[in-house]
Design a protein around this ligand. Structure first.
Ligand code: AMP
Length: 284
C-alpha cells in the first residue's frame, strides 16, 4: 500500500490503475479509522480492483465553534488498518493541497435537504462535504464510492449531487457498524468519558424501541418521535438537538400516516460531544 500526500501523486496512481483497466473504489474519510471505516474499505476491496482511501480532516465542513483542531489525527494507525482491509493507496493531503486558491470554489446542494436535521445547526457543513467529495471524485475517478448509513443525511445529499452533476459512478451505502453495547462507532466517541459513553447508549436503545413500535404497526411519526424524545430526555446527561423523521429518498416531509421508507434521525449532545444516530423505518 502506498501513502501519498499530493494531488500529483494521486493522479499518477489513478492514471496507472486506469491504464491497466482496473476498476477504482474510493472511500473518503476524515481518519481516526475504526471498524465502521474498515467495513467501507472491505466492501470497496471486494467490489473493485484498486482501492483509494482518503484521510483528510476537511476544514470547510466544520463550523467556527466546532472541533476542527481537536479532531483526532492518527495517520500511522489509519494506514495500517487501511492496508489490512485491502487499500492500495491512502491519500492524506494537507488543507493547502486540497484548497490551493485563496478564494473558494463551492459545490452546494441547496434546498431543504441540506437545511433540515444537521443543516439547521451546521449551516455550512454540507457545502463543505459536497465540495470536498467533488474534489475527491475528480481526483480518484472512482467507479464506486463508499459511504456509511451512519451519516444518513450526508448520503441523501451526496446522492442528490451525484444525480444532478451526472457523476459517472455508483454511490454505495454501507450499514452502521456499532460497538457491542450498541453505540454507533464514531471517531468522536473517543471524546466521551465513561459516564457519557454509558449515557449515550440511550440512543441505540431508543431507536431500537422506535423500530419495534413501527413493526407493531405505529404509523404516526409524531408518536414515534415523542417516545424517542422522552426516552432520551430521561437520561440526565443528554442534551437533544433533534429527534425527527423525514421521508426517503430526499428527506421530504413525512406523511401521516407514514408510508414507504422513512428516516428516524437523532442528534444529541453528551457533555460537549455531539453524537448522531439513525434508523430507517420501512416495511420489510
Ligand atoms: P468520517 O471519517 O466520520 O467522515 O466517516 C467516513 C465515512 O465512514 C463516512 O461515509 C461515514 O458515514 C462512514 N462511517 C463512519 N462511522 C461509521 C459507522 N459506525 N458505520 C458505518 N460507516 C461509518
Amino acid at each position: 500500500m502506498k501513502l501519498v500526500h499530493t494531488v500529483a501523486e494521486l493522479r499518477d496512481e489513478v492514471t496507472a490503475a486506469k491504464a491497466q483497466g482496473l476498476t477504482i473504489g474510493l472511500v473518503p474519510t476524515m481518519g481516526a479509522l475504526h471498524e465502521g471505516h474498515a467495513s467501507l474499505i472491505a466492501a470497496a476491496n471486494k467490489e473493485n480492483d484498486f482501492v483509494v482511501v482518503s484521510v483528510f480532516v476537511n476544514p470547510t465542513q466544520f463550523g467556527p465553534n466546532e472541533d476542527l483542531d481537536a479532531y483526532p489525527r492518527t495517520l500511522e494507525a489509519d494506514c495500517k488498518l487501511a492496508e489490512k482491509m485491502g487499500a492500495n493507496v491512502v491519500f492524506a493531503p494537507s488543507p493547502k493541497e486540497m484548497y490551493p486558491s485563496t478564494d473558494d470554489t463551492w459545490v452546494e446542494v441547496t434546498g431543504d435537504i441540506t437545511k433540515v436535521l444537521c443543516g439547521r445547526t451546521r449551516p455550512i457543513h454540507f457545502r463543505g462535504v459536497t465540495t470536498v467529495v467533488t474534489k475527491l471524485f475528480n481526483l480518484a475517478q472512482p467507479d464506486r464510492a463508499y459511504f456509511g448509513q451512519k451519516d444518513a443525511q450526508q448520503v441523501e445529499v451526496l446522492k442528490r449531487m451525484v444525480k444532478d452533476l451526472f457523476f459517472p459512478l455508483q454511490l454505495r451505502v454501507m450499514p452502521i457498524i456499532r460497538e457491542a453495547d450498541g453505540l454507533a462507532k464514531s471517531s468522536r466517541n473517543t471524546y466521551l468519558s465513561q459516564e457519557e459513553h454509558t449515557a449515550a447508549l440511550v440512543l441505540s436503545r431508543s431507536l431500537k424501541a422506535a423500530k419495534a413500535m413501527y413493526k407493531a404497526g405505529e404509523r404516526d411519526a409524531a408518536k414515534i418521535t415523542a417516545a424517542v424524545t422522552a426516552d432520551i430526555a430521561k437520561e440526565p446527561m443528554s442534551n437533544i438537538d433533534y429527534v425527527e423523521i423525514y421521508a426517503l429518498p430526499g428527506l421530504e416531509p413525512v406523511s401521516n400516516p407514514m408510508v414507504g421508507s422513512n428516516l428516524l434521525a437523532v442528534a444529541v449532545k453528551f457533555g460537549t460531544t455531539r453524537l448522531i444516530d439513525n434508523v430507517v423505518l420501512e416495511e420489510k
